[in-house]
Ligand binder design. Structure first.
Ligand SMILES: [Zn+2]
Length: 245
């Protein structure tokens, strides 16, 4: 490197360090003002030099694998909320598509997917378990609702569309009381008037709140006392999935 260039770079470096914030703001402003121009220029450059760029990137990737991984990790950690939000928004719009895609991929690559899940789990078991525990603690209602849907699925319930909002409504409508013994409590369970199964749907009209002891006393028998289930609901049921019958 020529001497004066070296000097110039050192000078620029010192200047950057001294005026870091100011220069960042300036860079940002410049970028914003010339954004389109810059993007067009970058694009043109990329198109003109596609091959050499690809080779360079490939070489960089092979020599800097760990750096890249760390960089992505940091990026994901810093932008966690935005990334999640983006993912959620995409999923909301493309729900059917992304489920179908995932299912198709699973069918094609089942063994690979399972093997990679297993190896990821083995490498990160402690972290994954800790995260799962934390998720359980922070999302008890979500977990419970998912368990209940799964249970309904396994028992071939003809309808499986109760939402958390509907369950909350049911609880409010019954004043947080067990329909059988009328005790008021926080931990009420969902009692399916017609027991969950081919004849007992997991849907708002078949569900009333019951305390644990009344619910287990009833078991799969008839309601302990005559009960009028909720006939009206404001919250919408879950959208019916194509693969559910
Ligand atoms: Zn009770």
């Amino acid at each position: 490197m020529p001497r004066d260039l070296e000097k110039k770079r050192a000078y620029m470096r010192r200047r950057r360090q001294a005026k870091h914030e100011e220069m960042l703001a300036k860079d940002k402003a410049y970028y914003q003002a010339h954004r389109d121009e810059r993007l067009a220029k970058d694009k043109a450059y990329r198109i003109a030099n596609r091959e050499s760029i690809r080779r360079r990137e490939q070489a960089y990737k092979t020599t800097h694998r760990d750096t890249i991984r760390l960089k992505y990790q940091h990026y994901r950690a810093r932008h966690r909320d935005q990334l999640l939000e983006k993912k959620r928004a995409y999923h909301a719009v493309h729900r059917e598509e992304s489920i179908a895609h995932k299912q198709a991929r699973y069918v094609l690559h089942r063994d690979d997917i399972l093997a990679s899940q297993r190896s990821r789990y083995q490498k990160n078991a402690i972290r994954i378990l800790r995260q799962a525990r934390l998720y359980k603690q922070t999302h008890p209602l979500l977990i419970r609702a998912a368990q209940q849907r799964r249970r309904a699925r396994k028992r071939h319930a003809p309808l499986n569309d109760l939402t958390r909002e509907q369950w909350q409504e049911i609880l409010i409508a019954y004043d947080d009381r067990c329909v059988y013994c009328q005790r008021k409590m926080k931990q009420l369970t969902q009692d399916h008037l017609t027991p969950l199964g081919p004849d007992g749907p997991h849907t708002v009209h078949n569900i009333v709140p019951a305390c644990r002891s009344c619910n287990s006393r009833k078991g799969t028998g008839p309601p302990l006392t005559p009960v009028q289930p909720l006939l009206l609901t404001i919250a919408p049921a879950r959208a019916k999935k194509k693969d559910q019958r």
